[in-house]
Design a protein around this ligand. Structure first.
Ligand code: 5GP
Ligand code: ZN
Length: 116
């Protein structure tokens, strides 16, 4: 069963209820461009199930983190970024502003195609 939070912006994106620039998705996770990019390539990878941070997702099911890392690698390489940074801010003091698990995928090469 999928867990969602009614007032969560990323749950709304996962449900397809508000638009996002989606790069890739599967049954476990979705990747879309960050609204406010901090690097030439800046995507987010977000699990379908709602938990407030990466550690909470790992506690619920460690496989979720594996799915996120795999999807991050896929979208980074598809965009021409063989090397990239993966960041999970945890807590307000660390810069977390959306409390649905996500990794930032940051690369120095802008996406070359329409969708990536
Ligand atoms: P955090 O600050 O929690 O680590 O990262 C949240 C990220 O989500 C921010 O970089 C912010 O720009 C992005 N973001 C917030 N709302 C939306 C949205 O509605 N659409 C997209 N594409 N990105 C969003
Ligand atoms: Zn959520």
């Amino acid at each position: 069963m999928s867990e969602t939070s009614a007032d969560c912006i990323f749950c709304t994106i996962v449900a397809g209820e508000i638009p996002a620039d989606v790069l890739a998705s599967n049954e476990h996770a979705i990747s879309f461009k960050d609204l406010n990019p901090q690097a030439p390539f800046h995507a987010l990878v977000v699990p379908v199930d709602h938990h407030e941070n990466a550690a909470a997702s790992a506690a619920a099911d460690p496989a979720i983190i594996g799915h996120l890392v795999s999807l991050a690698d896929e979208v980074a390489k598809a965009s021409g970024n063989e090397e990239y940074r993966l960041i999970a801010n945890t807590g307000v003091g660390a810069g977390q502003s959306v409390f649905h698990t996500h990794f930032h995928v940051l690369g120095s090469t802008p996406a070359m195609t329409e969708s990536l």
